[in-house]
Design a protein around this ligand. Sequence first.
Ligand code: ZN
Length: 251
Amino acid sequence: MRLLNFTFSLLLVILIFASCKKDKLTMPDTKADTLLKDTVEAFSAPLKMDTITDDPSDPNPEPKKTEKLNYDASVWSELTKADGFALDIRYATTNNFTKKRIYDCGKCFMRPEAAEKLKTIQAELNEKFGYSIKIFDCYRPGPYQQRLWDIVPNPDYVTPPHKGSMHSKGLAIDLTIVDKDGNELDMGTSFDFFGPEAHQGYNHSDAVKRHRWILKSTMEKHGFGSIRTEWWHYSYKGKSYPLDKWVWDCK
Ligand SMILES: [Zn+2]
């Protein structure tokens, strides 16, 4: 009986030892599985749009500047992130006062003379204050102005398409200033706020007044004029252009 007990105990010890060893052996495997899973996930995760710069099928793409433009550069210039601008084209999203998407996609086109001045303004704000321009709206094609009017047929808020907006001439821009971390400066109201607080002369705090002054004085210095009711809206005065119906390509 004692021998039987001893044998049983021995077997028990061997079994416990074996199971501990198994646990020890499986630990690294589990870690390896997790690592493998993480790696697979990292490589299979969708790339962010702004990280996709070139066609993956072409290992040696031409430098951007020599690529064929899909617009007429003699009458249009595009302002992009590459020029240091932050883009938040609101009418290409539902985050605008109509709560509807007006543009098929968000791009910022301006007439070439206005675009050049905006690049100068961007560089100046950056050099003086470490600030950048954030763009809400630029050229608004005739068909998109019509869409806006169809949704909000009220001349208090939208320029009737037949009359034409400076945006549809490619000369107006809606913009604000962001700091080096991308945070918008306090301008007293949000973009497209309709009310006296959005007016240029409204008696806001000193900080708001200073922020608006930085924007206004820099824009005016480079040939842009403001309007009384919208702190974010500026139009280039240096050259006139007709209303346009051209719509940019979304590809
Ligand atoms: Zn505007």
